[in-house]
Design a protein around this ligand. Structure first.
Ligand code: DAH
Length: 462
């Protein structure tokens, strides 16, 4: 299944071989004019990643990610004006904010260096907008609004292809009832339901999570069944409203562009059970689009511990939260075929979009690309000490090639019967979104990739 929200904090990537890589001690790293001490054990941010921290596509006028963010913010705020929006949080956060405050267990794969960009042992580039939940819950009284929406760039080490980029954008949404007043939830739900009923989208909702026994997706003990029922309805109806609006705008734009083939006149969505460390119960919502179920968003009722961390009193509040990935939904709405295009500065890309409007991206002639293979023997496990992941190889390529790399794929793997050694061959696809690349330039990059593989991972090239 193609995943839109990239809730892959729960995902692990394959281990490839063993590593004895380290960063030099006491190096200083500057991000957004702030300096951090590096840590030879932890630091794995690279200059090519740091170069992204000020791009903020979610705030860039006339950019698809910005258009989508604005659309969702407007729709949610139109119900009862309950949300403060935060779009300027800087991406360097503490491990406490990103993981501990949300109840991530110590051995959660999301914490691993293969998945996360660490600045040092206590500091990292946020892997999700949930990292700011605690801070924003804490500010509820100051803002006077019972909800907030946080949009920001987030960072994850990952594979390289048309739908994965190490920097992408998420929106977090939260809503709290500070005194657990059932009457208040009922009133809020009524207002929301009316808005949903008025919406012109014909939404067909299947809730698979209702068929499951509560043991599979348990509520927290301090809450009553009625509270969970009403608050989860408020959460689910809020997200159904967002999806109705986003996909209705897409359908209307298809009609306007006279794309008569396959214009749906209704939209199917389904709720399924999920698990996140900081919510219980938890769900995901999926949308049936282009003959596939797309995972749009993860959500749930916030764990009491998060609210206690934010300064609330025990058993005093109830709250929901959701998190969705903006880039892949924007790609779907604007029919943008390669995620790297979102980062393009080419006028032929930038000038195609306008705030408040969804339209289909018109491809322009691609600059020619070229491929290079890199084949190597892995070292014996006896020769090296710690393990590495495929993402480490991806990072070497990203660091050498920047945005000139389109994809990296394993095309061959075998084990020699004589030496027992493993051979891997990766095909690197080089192509620029913005200009012609020369063979000499690609050869130089390829040489750097090979040299780093030897230097850091002690492979022998074949
Ligand atoms: N932070 C999650 C991720 O990036 C997404 C998410 C899921 C956010 C559930 C939430 C939530 O607030 O309740 O994988």
């Amino acid at each position: 299944m193609f995943s839109v929200s990239r809730l892959c904090a729960l995902k692990t990537t394959p281990r490839l071989f063993l590593r004895c890589e380290s960063t030099k001690a006491d190096q200083l790293i500057t991000i957004n004019n702030k300096t951090y001490k590096s840590d030879p054990e932890f630091t794995n941010v690279t200059p090519s990643i740091i170069a992204h921290v000020n791009r903020s596509l979610h705030k860039k006028p006339n950019h698809p990610v910005n258009i989508l963010r604005d659309l969702i913010e407007k729709k949610l705020s139109s119900v009862d004006n309950a949300f403060t929006t935060y779009n300027n949080f800087a991406p360097v956060v503490s491990t406490f904010e990103n993981f501990d405050s949300l109840g991530f267990p110590a051995d959660h794969p999301g914490r691993s260096k293969s998945d996360t960009y660490y600045v040092n042992d206590k500091t990292l580039l946020r892997t999700h907008t949930s990292a700011h939940e605690m801070e924003c819950y804490n500010k509820i009284d100051l803002t006077g609004k019972p909800g907030f929406l946080i949009s920001a760039d987030v960072y994850r080490r990952d594979e390289i292809d048309k739908t994965h980029y190490p920097v992408f954008h998420q929106m977090e949404g939260c809503r709290i009832w500070k005194n657990r007043s059932i009457d208040e939830v009922k009133v809020d739900l009524k207002v929301l339901q009316k808005k949903l009923d008025e919406h012109e989208m014909n939404l067909i909702v299947e809730d698979q999570s209702l068929d499951n026994t509560p043991e599979k997706n348990p509520k927290q003990q301090y809450m009553t069944d009625q509270e969970v029922d009403l608050v989860s309805q408020h959460l689910k109806r809020s997200l159904e409203l967002v999806i109705s609006e986003v996909f209705n705008q897409k359908i209307n734009s298809m009609k306007k562009e006279k794309k008569s083939v396959n214009i749906p006149n209704e939209l199917k969505v389904r709720w399924v059970n999920a698990y996140f460390p900081w919510t219980a119960p938890s769900w995901e919502i999926e949308v049936w689009w282009n003959n596939d179920w797309l995972e749009i968003c993860g959500c749930g009722i916030v764990q009491q511990q998060v609210l206690l961390n934010a300064g609330y009193k025990k058993d005093s509040t109830i709250s929901w939260a959701f998190g969705l990935g903006l880039d892949r939904i924007a790609m779907l709405l604007f029919e943008i075929p390669d995620i790297r295009l979102l980062w393009s500065e080419d006028n032929r890309f930038i000038n195609q979009f306008k705030d408040g409007q969804i339209n289909t991206f018109k491809p322009y002639s691609k600059y020619p690309g070229t491929t290079r293979d890199v084949a190597f023997w892995l070292p014996d496990s006896s020769e090296v000490s710690t393990e590495i992941h495929e993402n480490d190889l991806m990072e070497i390529v990203r660091n050498a090639a920047g945005s000139l790399v389109e994809s990296v794929k394993l095309i061959d793997r075998f084990q020699s019967t004589q030496t027992n050694k493993t051979s891997l061959c990766y095909r690197i696809n080089y192509q620029s979104m913005d200009r012609n690349i020369t063979n000499d330039e690609v050869n130089e990059i390829q040489k750097q990739v090979e040299a780093e593989l030897i230097d850091k991972f002690h492979v022998s090239l074949r």
